[in-house]
Design a protein around this ligand. Structure first.
Ligand code: 3HC
Length: 328
């Protein structure tokens, strides 16, 4: 129940005047850590924020299958190939749970996919970097899935029920993904000097893009404050980034690899690692679609969609046949 558009929110979205009683009830439920469910009343801006975040998250899972898929035919053993296949399939599943969660908010799968393919929707910057050697598969598991877990564990307590519930299974699977990546690198650093050098090279290239996954610094994040108030986000971008650095540096030490940051230093007083400045110009360029392999990713993604048309057609024909039989 809202009337007319009045203003712009900090994220630049139109704001509507909502029924104050419904709004107060909604806010009280969110403040009490109640889950909001699809049939519950919710402010329009809350719904839009969720569709934006959940659909971007789903797109990231789906596009994230591509850099690893490139290595399926070149995995060095049957064991590694089976692990990689399982991981990539999990990512496809994550995308599907998340698209379903977004659909409960009144948006269709077709709209979301169109937005991705037309370049309107965002997906994580991390997937616009190339996978150049086998150690990159380890680095993606360890760092990219590691960063995803750091971000996603708090989302199990996000205020929208279907999103929170999807995150429970996703986090369990991401945890396996992180460990398989770390295990792969552990094997490489204990292999030949060339294998250890490949692992170091992968860390050098993936470290900074992994830190960018958490989004812009809090002072430049247009969405964080409102998303925290609505308990969609439970921690800020900088808080999560710091947690990731603190958890990951000792893991790099254990691998005998050095984190490519001359400013990285344990700060006794803060009880955290200090780390160097992220190249925010690079981050914003990649967000705008100028990542090193952004064009390849999107053309591969569109081709995968076109190649899969026969599967969707077959599923529709099967459903129509069943419906016709049931009607008869
Ligand atoms: N890549 C691309 N876009 C990014 C980004 C990144 N790394 N970080 C921020 N942005 C975008 C935001 O989407 C937002 O754009 P929009 O307003 O047009 O939607 C803009 O930059 C400003 O950022 P904010 O910090 O204000 O935006 P949010 O409050 O939405 O925070 C976020 C960004 C932390 C990424 C948040 O959306 C989030 O937690 N999303 C859910 C998790 C997610 O999407 N993860 C993707 C990681 S990859 C993954 O999970 C796959 C796994 O298999 C590894």
């Amino acid at each position: 129940m809202y009337t007319t558009e009045l203003d712009k929110s900090p994220a630049g979205q139109p704001v509507t005047i909502e029924d104050p009683e419904l709004l107060a009830k909604f806010e009280a439920r969110v403040a009490a850590d109640d889950f909001i469910e699809p049939k519950d009343w919710m402010p329009e801006a809350y719904r839009r924020t969720l569709v934006r975040q959940i659909s971007q998250h789903a797109h990231s899972e789906i596009v994230g299958m591509l850099p690893e898929g490139n290595w399926l035919t070149r995995a060095p053993s049957l064991k590694r190939k089976a692990i990689l296949l399982a991981k990539i399939q999990d990512e496809g599943g994550h995308g599907l749970y998340l698209y379903c969660a977004a659909e409960t908010l009144g948006t269709s799968r077709e709209e979301m996919i169109d937005a991705l393919h037309s370049g309107k929707a965002k997906y994580s910057t991390i997937f616009n970097y190339p996978t150049l050697n086998w150690a990159d598969i380890g680095a993606i598991g360890w760092l990219v899935d590691g960063a995803a877990i750091m971000n996603q564990v708090p989302l199990q307590r996000t205020s929208y029920g279907p999103y929170a519930r999807a995150m429970v299974r996703i986090c369990k699977e991401e945890s396996f993904h992180q460990r398989q990546g770390y295990d792969l690198l552990l094997e490489m650093v204990n292999g030949t000097p060339e294998q250890k050098a490949m692992a170091q090279d992968a860390l050098n290239r993936w470290w900074w893009p992994a830190l960018m996954m958490f989004g812009p610094p809090d002072e430049n994040s247009p969405n964080t404050a409102q998303s925290l108030r609505w308990r969609i986000k439970r921690e800020t971008n900088d808080e999560l980034r710091q947690k990731f650095v603190d958890a990951t540096v000792p893991q790099a030490d254990l691998l005998g690899l050095s984190v490519p940051d001359p400013d990285l230093k344990w700060n006794e007083e803060r009880g955290h690692y200090d780390f160097g400045e992220i190249d925010w110009a690079e981050f914003y360029a990649v967000v705008k679609g100028q990542g090193p392999v952004a064009q390849e990713r999107m053309s591969e993604r569109r081709a995968a969609w076109d190649d899969g048309a026969w599967v969707r057609d077959a599923a529709d024909a099967h459903a129509a046949k069943h419906a016709a039989r049931a009607a008869a």
